[in-house]
Write a new protein. Sequence first.
Length: 243
Amino acid sequence: MAARAQVSIAVARYNAHMNESRLLILETSGRVGHVAVAHGACLLASGRLDDARRNARDLAPAVATLLAGAGWRPRDLDAVLVSRGPGSYTGLRVGIMSAKVLAYATGSALVGVDTFAALAHQAPANVDTLDVLADAQQGRVYVQRYRRQGEEWQAATALAIAPIEEWLRDRPADAWATGPGLRAVSADRVVTSEAWEPTPESVLHVGLRRYLEGQRDDVWAMEPLYARPSSAEEQWDKRSTSP
């Protein structure tokens, strides 16, 4: 019994330590990029990067400013949480590459966050089934369905690309919709537009849960979450295969 009590105390101390971890949050999948720092579940400060300045040159100073404001050095970080898409190709590449470099240089953990999972977390309490959308261009959307399980959301389908008309036709009657893809779609049962873009708070919520569960991503292997090549890559493929 004494040994079991000691184990319980050790686990409690470990969980308390993890909940006090110093975290950096990078969200660059949407129109506006966000950089934030958090102490466990407590978001301390955040900054915005608009679309015209969402690049590596501007991201690094924003990170440095937030770390200095928190009184942290880069090596004080325990983990870097980064949104991995779907979303802007350029934004995601900048955010993920910056996160990988920081994690490697500081020895901190790297934790990728599915952007759609973060968006699901922002849905109102009265929504239980949710389709999350992003623009896949050419009349198509990235779509993934989530269902509420207690206080959390679980993916009910895999990420897919579908023509807008197909998604509208096959959408369940009880499913609401959210995400930046709604700007290209006319649909009913949609959450308020203020919740269509991911926030540092939701990336923190999903990322911290992964971190506390011991989930980590490989600095060398993690890539943006895409379901298709970028437009530039598609054009290159067409040129390469044309006679």
